[in-house]
Design a protein around this ligand. Structure first.
Ligand SMILES: [Zn+2]
Length: 193
């Protein structure tokens, strides 16, 4: 089995904390991607949907997975397990530096995940319309938090006007990749790096 981290990046304009609507560990958020068979190299024609709350029993009787799929070409069966607790939202700071964030980790047997597809069901909040210091002062004195936005990323872009902050917000240039990571024990915690 191999662990894959889903890395996501985007150009955020006046927005921060891009993540699935229920948070990075949203149990019902459907992750859409394709699977490439490790034995024959065939890529699944259809996009696969995996979420934390979809659980199936492994045929061996030992343990569970979040997806079981048979390769159409060589009939080998593979599985995907979603590993929560590893993801963090994409912040404005990361976006400015051109960095990506890890949203989720997948443990894959027999398959390699490829071509992640952004769908509906995302959220972000407005950020830094008054500059960083301004936001800090405003949050300290008025306890104003960013305006939340429900975002549909199916089209790959998002444009809106923040009425409260009186500035336009936008999201573009979505990118994503699956990176092979290793499981590590770190101060009693499990990390994937
Ligand atoms: Zn195959």
């Amino acid at each position: 089995m191999v662990f894959f981290a889903l890395l996501v990046g985007a150009e955020l304009d006046g927005l921060t904390n891009l993540q699935p609507r229920g948070g990075c560990d949203d149990p019902s958020y459907p992750y859409y991607f394709k699977l490439r068979c490790e034995s024959c190299g065939e890529t699944s024609a259809k996009t696969t949907c995996v979420s934390l709350d979809e659980v199936v029993q492994l045929p061996t009787g030992k343990g569970t997975a979040n997806l079981l799929q048979k390769c159409k070409l060589c009939s080998r069966e593979g599985s995907v397990v979603v590993i929560p607790g590893q993801g963090t939202p994409l912040t404005a700071e990361q976006s400015q530096k051109g960095e990506m964030t890890c949203l989720m980790v997948f443990e894959c047997r027999g398959y390699e995940p490829i071509e992640f597809a952004f769908g509906n069901g995302w959220k972000a909040e407005s950020h830094a319309c008054y500059g960083f210091i301004g936001v800090l002062i405003i949050s300290l004195f008025f306890k104003v938090h960013g305006t939340p936005f429900d975002i549909d990323l199916s089209e790959g872009e998002f444009d809106e006007y923040d009425e409260k902050g009186e500035c336009p917000v936008a999201l573009s240039k979505l990118q994503s990749t699956f990176k092979v990571v290793k499981k590590q024990g770190f101060h009693g915690k499990t990390r994937y790096v």
